[in-house]
Design a protein around this ligand. Structure first.
Ligand code: GLN
Length: 481
């Protein structure tokens, strides 16, 4: 039977003719069928994936040069465009819409011989932390089906967690890759804002959004990152900086300087086992010759409100394009007044959480309240950026939990949006500042669910982030003792 452990091992098996791409795809299709009740996929491209696999098998057997992701089976969050394939942001407003072009990240996958196996369920327009806000229904956590997988990229996380693909892509605006990775016990990376092109990523909050990667090993995540990053003429916010060859520079005996925050580890919302797990890790790191020091962080309680003011403001503007005229869903009622037509289409097309955020965002941008909310939130963002900049003058990395609690029970948070928002306390910082952050599944809770440490690095210092991640995944896993 085919067992996937890493891209490198898979490639070795292909070259030794122990396996074919077709067999790998068949294996994943079978797994997807067996786990259909988890609802991780909205659509599976079974025939197309098998066809691509067979072309790749022929190409390899003919001795032709193979791509860096030859035969690697990948799943995409339903907010990432893939030409001539439907994309809906898990929303009724885009049901039946097909991508007219491929996202840059997807094009780079295809150029390197990857196989896209399907599109994954997510919270509507990437708004949520449980994957319960989807027009396609909720996704279940494969480790405990009474729990959510986290969100918004819940389907992509479960696709890796349950062994339904090798790698998946999500998007992370405030934690949507790191938090589901934490709830599912896998690795989730949000790169620096501007590292991966956002061309072809459906916008939620454009100054926060970033494509992120789910995987089982740091080497795989590093390899995928180096392939899909880099300058792009279609996204002017992407850095022109050369992408380092991350995957070949992961090991070493460097000693790192960590900053951590007592305010975060002693926060009233944190599960005591999570804080003691991270505190224990800090002690171990110090014993092993790294340095770890507490740094003051007075802004902690302001960052979730600032995040929700700024992202809803951006969302209210970004989502104004779904008007029923240009594309997407259109009301079936015959309405002659244009404004009424917009209202009806949008009322029918958007789900509850998306409507809540459009209204919140419109409110904070309105003339009477702009300074009280939007301007103040921008000031918090600026103060936070300044503070983080100072921290990185003296430290290489920051250590935090990913989430204050382990995976919620299905339905637990859905009727209390504020409680759900507040659980984003540790992830939104990286998006407000634009720095890279990763969630590493090092721990197991007494309730049997996994939990993670989150590590953040300075802008464009993914190399240090991945090096330390490789060290931690190799030597600091507490869940395997
Ligand atoms: N949970 C956060 C929110 O609902 C994060 C979403 C995201 O990163 N896309 O906004």
């Amino acid at each position: 039977m085919f067992v996937f452990s890493s891209i490198e091992h898979y490639h070795a098996q292909l070259l030794e003719e122990k396996i074919t791409c077709c067999q790998a795809v068949e294996h994943f299709l079978q797994r997807i069928r067996e786990t259909a009740h988890l609802n991780a996929f909205i659509e599976v491209y079974a025939d197309e994936a098998l066809q691509t696999a067979s072309v790749l098998d022929k190409k390899r057997k003919a001795g032709k040069t193979i791509g860096k992701l030859h035969g690697v089976v990948i799943a995409l969050k339903d907010v990432i465009c893939h030409k001539d394939h439907p994309v809906s942001a898990s929303s009724n407003i885009l049901k039946n819409f097909s991508s007219v072009y491929s996202a840059t990240a997807v094009q780079k996958f295809l150029d390197e011989d990857a196989i896209i196996i399907g599109r994954c369920n997510c919270d509507e327009f990437a708004m949520g932390s449980t994957n319960e806000n989807s027009a396609y229904g909720k996704v279940l956590n494969a480790l405990d089906e009474t729990r959510v997988p986290g969100g918004s990229s819940g389907g992509s996380a479960v696709a890796v967690q349950a062994g339904l693909c090798m790698i998946s892509l999500g998007s992370d605006t405030g934690g949507s890759v790191r938090q589901p990775a934490d709830f599912c016990g896998i690795i989730g990376l949000k790169p620096t804002y501007g590292r991966i092109s956002r061309y072809g990523l459906i916008a939620y909050a454009s100054s926060f959004d970033q494509v992120g990667i789910f995987g089982n090993t740091i080497t795989d995540v590093a390899k995928v990152l180096e392939i899909i990053s880099g300058p792009d003429e279609f996204d002017s916010t992407v850095s022109q900086k050369e992408t380092p060859a991350y995957s070949s520079q992961l090991t070493g005996d460097k000693k790192f300087r960590f900053a951590y925050f007592d305010e975060a580890l002693n926060h009233p919302s944190i599960d005591p086992e999570i804080s003691s797990g991270i505190n224990g890790l800090i002690e171990q790191l110090k014993k092993d010759g790294h340095s770890a020091e507490p740094v003051k962080f007075d802004l902690l309680d302001f960052i979730v409100p600032a995040y929700y003011v700024l992202t809803t403001a951006e969302a209210s503007s970004n989502l104004s394009r779904y008007d029923g005229v240009k594309y997407g869903y259109r009301t079936g009622k015959s309405i002659t007044d244009l404004v009424e037509f917009y209202k009806q289409t949008r009322s029918e097309g958007f789900g509850k959480e998306v409507k809540r955020r459009i209204m919140l965002g419109t409110f904070v941008l309105s003339a009477g309240y702009y300074d009280a909310y939007f301007t103040r939130a921008q000031k918090v963002r600026r103060l936070l950026c300044d503070h983080v900049k100072k921290i990185f003058n003296n430290f290489d990395l920051m250590l935090l939990p990913t989430s204050p609690v382990t995976a919620f029970k299905v339905g637990e948070k859905i009727n209390d949006p504020i409680a759900m928002y507040l659980a984003d306390i540790y992830t939104v910082m990286a998006n407000l500042v634009g720095i890279p952050a990763i969630s590493l599944p090092l721990f197991k809770h007494s309730n049997n669910m996994p939990f993670s440490v989150q590590v953040m690095a300075n802008h464009f210092d993914e190399l240090t982030l991945l090096q330390v991640s490789s060290l931690m995944m190799g030597q600091y896993r507490q869940d395997q003792k």
